[in-house]
Design a protein around this ligand. Structure first.
Ligand SMILES: [Zn+2]
Ligand SMILES: [Zn+2]
Length: 89
């Protein structure tokens, strides 16, 4: 279950709503304005800290899943900043 995080356009209070309420209009608990909940589509302000939702491997430039830490193509570990390919040969 994921939640949509968004801000009230009127008072900038940070709000969250269940994903299945996207498109519904709710009343802001802070300022009572009617706000429509944005769609959780990729590219909107979803929880990722950097504004960059494009996650490509810095080593081989292959597209990685948004939360992936290890590149499945070359074994590059983004946290460690190096390839951790286990060489079994
Ligand atoms: Zn508000
Ligand atoms: Zn890679």
């Amino acid at each position: 279950m994921s939640e949509i995080k968004f801000k009230c356009p009127s008072c900038s209070t940070e709000l969250e709503a269940p994903e299945d309420m996207a498109g519904d209009v709710v009343e802001c608990p802070s300022c009572s304005q009617n706000i429509s909940i944005p769609q959780p589509s990729a590219g909107v302000e979803v929880a990722s800290s950097s504004g960059n939702n494009h996650n490509a491997c810095p080593n081989c430039q292959v597209e990685m899943e948004a939360e992936a830490v290890i590149c499945l193509n070359c074994g590059y570990h983004k946290g460690l900043g190096k390839v951790i390919k286990t060489d079994l040969s």
